[in-house]
Write a protein that binds this ligand. Structure first.
Ligand code: HEC
Length: 133
């Protein structure tokens, strides 16, 4: 049992480090694109997450159309009506731990809402916003 717990703690630690490494690489990329860039911003992230745009299938949607405005609550997928578990790590600790998954969904979801992929700065901003919830 103790062994299992240790493995669990180790895995959690590694995964959270993985996200930090990803955020740092986004930061480096953002700096090379914009010399004025200092830090990711929860406020800019909120704007990215909550504002509506003409996205997939010409529908005016936001990230909140699928994830809801309260990230500690479940919500429904705008297109498929399938349930989506909360994005907040407070109620769903495995969120934002698997960087491969994070990258895949950011790529897909930016296309859904913005009809393009996100920039490094936008991805960092929206991730710190989700982490703040
Ligand atoms: C059309 C519906 C839809 C929209 C719009 C949408 N998402 Fe998602 N998102 C999903 C689904 C489905 C998943 C994968 C299933 C899951 O993890 O619950 C997901 C997963 C994610 C994840 C992975 C979380 C993890 O488990 O680590 C992140 C991050 C994310 N979305 C961010 C965003 C952001 C930022 C936007 C706006 C640019 C956005 N989403 C817009 C449906 C959507």
């Amino acid at each position: 049992m103790k062994k299992l717990l240790l493995i669990f703690i180790f895995a959690t630690f590694c995964f959270s480090n993985e996200l930090n490494t990803y955020l740092n690489s986004l930061k480096q990329e953002a700096k090379t694109k914009n010399s004025n860039f200092k830090e990711f911003s929860v406020k800019r992230g909120e704007e990215i997450f909550t504002s509506k745009h003409i996205g997939k299938k010409g529908k005016e949607i936001a990230c909140t159309s699928c994830h809801g405005i309260d990230l500690t609550k479940k919500n429904e997928n705008y297109f498929t009506a399938k349930e989506i578990e909360p994005l907040s790590k407070k109620v769903n600790p495995t969120r934002l731990t698997d960087v491969k998954k994070v990258k895949k969904w950011l790529r897909r979801n930016f296309k859904d809402v913005y009809n393009r992929v996100g920039t490094a700065q936008e991805k960092g901003d929206v991730l710190v916003y989700i982490l703040s919830k």
